[in-house]
Design a protein around this ligand. Sequence first.
Ligand SMILES: CC(C)(COP(=O)(O)OP(=O)(O)OC[C@H]1O[C@@H](n2cnc3c(N)ncnc32)[C@H](O)[C@@H]1OP(=O)(O)O)[C@@H](O)C(=O)NCCC(=O)NCCS
Length: 181
Amino acid sequence: MLVWWTRHAPGAPDEAPALARRAVAHVRGVDPADVVVGRRCPTCGSTAHGAPMTTGAHVSITRGTGVVAVAVSAVGPVGIDLEQRRDELWPGFDDLALAPGEHVATTDERLRAWVRKEAVLKASGLGLTVDPRSVVLRDGQVVDAPHGIGGCELHDVDPPGHLGAVAVPVGAVVAVREVTP
Ligand SMILES: CC(C)(COP(=O)(O)OP(=O)(O)OC[C@H]1O[C@@H](n2cnc3c(N)ncnc32)[C@H](O)[C@@H]1OP(=O)(O)O)[C@@H](O)C(=O)NCCC(=O)NCCS
């Protein structure tokens, strides 16, 4: 499976749709022009928002600050999330994001926990309709989660200035690459 990320200038057109099509096409061995990446919301059924869907592969999309990343697998569901590194987070982050017993000491550790949980929830297709506190991490992997979520492995993906994570099928080989727009 692959993770492709690319830089984009502030105010430039959104690179995510084209990057997702290119990455899916690469995995499937087809022309990007033949790839359609749609959406489906698990809550309301809308095809205007929600988890990205395509034929012949699983795909996930995230946007950072000046960075876009996609994960694509032919094997099983994937989820990717990026957060820009920063000096501090909002007060109350731990209460909203962490399960009892999850201990973090620094802002980077908090962001890392967040992107890991969001990657897992994106791989499930449910996103933040599921309480991130219900996804329990230990040593960088999921040890407990509701609704059968969490049968995946987590890997770090850190484009410049960001902390990120990708949730992939267990045993999948992850190839991370910067690509040009
Ligand atoms: C989207 C969400 C996963 C977090 O996104 P974020 O960190 O702000 O932004 P990111 O850039 O990392 O990710 C955005 C991408 O996540 C993907 N995404 C959206 N919902 C998703 C879901 N349920 N599962 C997996 N991926 C999802 C989309 O590809 C979206 O990109 P798009 O705007 O091009 O469609 C989170 O806000 C969420 O789950 N929202 C949906 C809540 C919901 O379903 N409400 C009910 C509506 S009826």
